[in-house]
Design a protein around this ligand. Structure first.
Ligand SMILES: *Cc1c(COP(=O)(O)O)cnc(C)c1O
Length: 370
């Protein structure tokens, strides 16, 4: 019986992506093995944090790195670091005001909810979020007007959750941050490119360990040496409530090493999804296609357009039925309001495409709708 079945939980077929709500990633055997060994042993944690920084630096091209429980903690800790530095009294006073700059400026289209809100993570680190511009339109002047002696950093969110049009680019924020002599923080939680944002001149970049990296529940911040030292120092303050365990740090580093030698899975994903679409032949009311990820990552998903008249169910009913079964099938549903359901091949285990096709046939052709 599976680890979760023991507790009376249903099996889950994850066709939605690296979703925190479904447990983010299933780690590779090599990662699980490394975590298991680390969990049964001891280490000087401060030394592990520094060694982890060296590995993160190698993987990202940054000067140094700091492990975290995730990208959300990364935002909070990076915020605390730019506000309190390595000053213990300031570190211990956060998230209450410490005096000095504490405003984190971001554009409104980036004040997103990823399962929790970006601005709350800023507040957790003692920052005051300052949202500039409008949801779908921000000018450079909105930023330059908002940056004052109260500004601690600029924050840029690189994500499919963020508004993609009418926003100011990372390059523009870099320019403003440099001119004003303040740090630029980037949240690249789910991004696949571990070098890009450092190379573009970001001072601190937050990643999730459980998303593109396929590591355990973890994350890291990489960036400028002095600021990363300040990030690590927050573990004597607000970071303590976001403590990352030795086994998760080792799992993260193992996943990072594996990630460096991975191949682009795009072609394989296309092939799998084409096979999957063929398995849907003869099911009425589903129009299939293959589309690339909306933020340009090398991810190819099957797109299913559901026609209510022919299928007898609309996309939202279909999603509800798929999720209610056992195994529970979770699809990617950002566009279900316009009748579209996506199948993400990355988290699917071998053979699960067939189970999804069977269940779709069951619901639509056999009318099994309970
Ligand atoms: C997932 C996500 C986060 C949070 O990452 P965790 O590793 O789950 O803490 C933060 N920002 C964005 C844009 C995300 O997509």
């Amino acid at each position: 019986m599976s680890a979760f079945g023991k507790f009376g939980l249903r099996q889950v077929i994850n066709a939605s992506g690296k979703m925190t709500a479904l447990g983010a990633s299933a780690v590779h055997e090599e990662v699980a093995q490394a975590m298991s060994e680390a969990a049964r042993d001891y280490v000087v944690i401060d030394e592990l944090l520094v060694a982890a920084g060296r590995e993160i630096a190698k993987a990202t091209g940054a000067e140094d790195g700091c492990p975290t429980t995730g990208a959300a903690a990364g935002i909070a800790i990076a915020t605390a670091a730019v506000i309190a530095g390595t000053n213990l009294s300031r570190i211990e006073r956060l998230p209450r005001p410490v005096g000095g700059p504490d405003e984190i400026v971001l554009q409104k289209g980036h004040a997103v909810h990823f399962g929790a809100s970006v601005t709350q993570m800023i507040a957790l680190g003692g920052g005051t979020p300052v949202e500039v511009g409008h949801a779908n339109h921000t000018e450079k002047a909105h930023f330059t007007d908002a940056v004052t002696e109260r500004t601690a950093a600029l924050l840029y969110i690189q994500s499919h959750h963020a508004v993609q049009k009418g926003v100011q680019s990372l390059e523009t924020l870099r320019e403003i941050a440099s001119a004003k002599g303040i740090p630029l923080i980037v949240d690249a939680a789910a991004e696949e490119d571990l070098h890009k944002y450092i190379a573009l001149g970001a001072d601190l970049v937050c990643y999730s360990g459980g998303k593109a990296l396929e590591g355990p529940t973890s994350g890291f911040i990489c960036g400028r040496r002095d600021l990363i030292e300040a990030c690590r120092a927050q573990y004597k303050g607000i970071g303590r409530a976001m403590k990352v365990g030795k086994e998760n740090i080792v799992g993260l580093l193992t996943a990072l090493t594996r990630y460096g030698s991975r191949e682009d899975g795009g072609e394989e994903q296309k092939r799998r999804m084409e096979l999957f679409l063929r398995q849907l032949d003869g099911i009425p009311g589903i129009k299939g296609g293959i589309v690339q990820d909306e933020s340009g990552r090398s991810i190819f998903r099957a797109k299913l357009e559901i026609d209510l008249a022919a299928a007898g169910v609309d996309a939202k009913q279909l999603i509800r039925l798929l999720e209610a079964g056992n195994p529970a099938i979770y699809t990617r549903n950002h566009y279900s309001n316009i009748g579209i359901v996506f199948i993400d091949p990355r988290p699917l285990l071998p053979g699960q495409e067939q189970l999804i096709a069977d269940r779709l046939r069951d619901i639509i052709v056999k009318g099994n709708r309970t």
